[in-house]
Design a protein around this ligand. Structure first.
Ligand code: ZN
Length: 132
């Protein structure tokens, strides 16, 4: 069984599939992918990511804020736990630390990461860590 453990289906460039996500998912399935984990990168799109997991039996979701999403709303524990209670949300993240492009938001990234870690601990879900 092949599992795509980290994809961003809500941000997929679908030019090769005439904009049709179903066609892209079918291509993945035909290549042997049986499960896909769509990793959320901000809370603004968390509902969309969870909706994809609701719509497709073989798609699962995670909720979190990517460390390079500088404009994203800050996570709060209650919101992350709210999404974590959804049966198709199987991880927290993606989250982590990335100072490659700039370190001007280092403390903010660290605080976000702490909240994600707390959410993972309280929900007993694994966390998807982006690190560079
Ligand atoms: Zn990612």
């Amino acid at each position: 069984m092949l599992i795509d453990s980290h994809c961003h289906l809500d941000r997929l460039k679908l030019d090769s599939y005439d904009g049709d996500l179903d066609a892209a998912l079918d291509a993945a399935r035909q290549a042997g992918v049986e499960r896909m984990l769509c990793a959320g990168i901000d809370l603004e799109h968390a509902d969309a990511v969870v909706d994809l997991a609701d719509k497709y039996q073989d798609v699962y979701a995670s909720v979190g804020i990517h460390p390079l999403e500088k404009e994203a709303a800050e996570p709060d524990l209650q919101t992350l736990l709210h999404y974590a209670a959804h049966p198709k949300v199987i991880a927290i993240g993606e989250s982590g630390l990335d100072y490659y492009y700039s370190a001007d938001n280092k403390e903010r990234q660290q605080e976000r990461f702490r909240i994600h870690l707390q959410a993972a601990e309280k929900s007993e879900l694994p966390i998807i860590v982006h690190t560079r």
